[in-house]
Design a protein around this ligand. Structure first.
Ligand SMILES: Cc1ncc(COP(=O)(O)O)c(C=O)c1O
Length: 435
């Protein structure tokens, strides 16, 4: 192949003259926002997870191999033939009008009624979380979130200076009684939470779903105490068992206390980077301005891809196929945990979503375990990554969607070996202790 342009070969690269000794120059200039920002452990693990020799149970990766190649080719071809100029053009900040309409159909499948004018397309659900915090949170403002919470939200919480108050989860989801207790405690200090961030369906990383009773109570609390809720629902359609429960947005019934966030990442593919937010008009206006500053508009190529896909194909067939794959993988993981993990360990049995949350005996710190697991070429997310207050040290998030059953079994077997090193040592040091 003829080389026509090769800056890397023809022009010598710049040699950076800035080393670690110069860090102070930048440190003293960083905004407090940037100084306090914490990375998402998930993202940090990405480089390790991409190594072909590592079995990754760390990511939240949907199975993109299940996306039919011919469908991709067809949609790309239609865009190239009929929509190329507009797909390559800037678009409205709130997103393509027809896609906003189509999103209503997707929400209606979960029983959620919304209006297109209240929908804004975002660059993944991630951007909607970030915009919510950007819009409402001043440095030091209390924000309620489940404990554990979505590890990917950590950079958003820390960037905007949220003082995150965790509220525990149990098998029925968020402990709404403790939301009220947390609000009472804050009120005694003269503070109130700016918002509550929650993932009611197939929690990441908790693997649990909020019961109907708690949803109703939470919406009541929101109204009575004027608590704004950000309901993040990337996994509602990734269901293996049971019936969909009403969303908080639906239960709020237009009262304006719920901001709803979802995404095409889990029902189509995350590389598209298209999500959405539904919010009351005054909130949506501010979020729109925040988005203008962040990226003007979400990729019009991606939006057009989703739109042409939805026009031509029944997304529900694809989701049904994905759910079949994930159900088998979840079963493989639960079987392997039963065989490989010690009797004192506990874990969730998700009825949908992508994650199991496992808790080990309290003499095992999962960060130490992570080092031993990586020696055995297996990765997971240590539980501490899902808290902002240092908790979660004995827990871990395990993903089952990204790798086939046999690899899951092998990965959990290797993890089990690493765990046994700790349990054996503990027994040796504490001969009187039980198993
Ligand atoms: C709970 C939760 N919210 C938001 C996201 C972000 O998804 P995306 O930005 O790909 O739409 C994820 C991704 O894993 C998630 O698990």
């Amino acid at each position: 192949m003829q080389e026509t342009w090769g800056p890397a070969t023809s022009i010598p690269p710049q040699t950076p003259r800035v080393g670690p000794a110069d860090a102070a120059r930048y440190d003293e200039r960083f905004a407090s926002r940037a100084a306090g920002i914490m990375s998402s452990a998930m993202r940090d693990l990405m480089a390790i997870s991409e190594r072909p020799d590592v079995i990754s149970l760390a990511g939240g990766f949907p199975d993109t191999e299940a996306f039919p190649q011919e469908v991709y080719e067809e949609v790309a071809e239609v865009i190239g033939r009929e929509f190329l100029a507009s797909a390559l053009q800037y678009g409205p900040t709130e997103g393509l009008a027809e896609l906003r309409e189509r999103i209503l159909e997707i929400m209606a499948f979960e029983g959620i009624r919304a209006q297109a004018e209240h929908v804004m397309i975002t660059s993944g659900g991630q951007q909607a979380i970030d915009l919510s915090l950007r819009t409402f949170v001043d440095r030091g403002d209390p924000v309620l979130a489940e404990g554990p919470t979505y590890p990917g939200a950590v950079p958003c919480f820390t960037a905007w200076g949220a003082d995150v108050v965790h509220v525990p989860l149990d098998e029925d989801g968020l402990r709404v009684d403790l939301v009220e207790a947390a609000m009472d405690r804050l009120a005694a200090e003269g503070r109130r939470p700016k918002l509550l961030y929650t993932i009611p369906n197939f929690h990441n990383p908790g693997g649990v779903t909020m019961s109907l009773e708690r949803r109703e109570r939470l919406v009541r609390v929101a109204r009575e105490r004027e608590l704004l809720i950000v309901e993040d629902n990337p996994y509602g359609q990734i269901r293996f068992e049971g019936e969909a429960l009403p969303s908080l947005y639906e239960l709020d019934d237009g009262a304006g206390w719920v901001i709803y966030v979802s995404t095409f990442s889990k029902i189509l593919a995350p590389g598209i980077r298209v999500g959405w937010v539904v919010a009351p008009p005054p909130v949506l206006r501010k979020m729109n301005m925040g988005k203008q500053g962040a990226d003007l508009c979400s990729s019009t190529v991606s939006q057009r891809f989703v739109l042409e896909y939805l026009r031509r194909h029944d997304w529900r067939d694809h989701v049904a196929r994905l759910n079949g794959i994930y159900r088998s993988r979840r079963d493989a993981m639960l079987r392997a945990l039963e065989e490989e993990f010690p009797a004192e360990a506990t874990w969730t049995r998700p009825r949908g979503g992508l994650f199991v949350w496992a808790t080990l005996p309290d003499y095992i710190d999962t960060k130490d375990l992570q080092a031993k697991a990586l020696d055995r070429q297996v990765a997971f997310v240590p539980g501490e990554a899902a808290f902002l207050d240092g908790r979660g040290r004995h827990s871990m998030r395990l993903n089952y969607s990204g790798v086939p059953e046999a690899v899951i079994s092998e990965g959990v077997a290797r993890l089990g070996e690493a765990v046994r090193e700790f349990t054996d040592l503990h027994r040796a040091l504490n001969p009187g202790a039980g198993a």
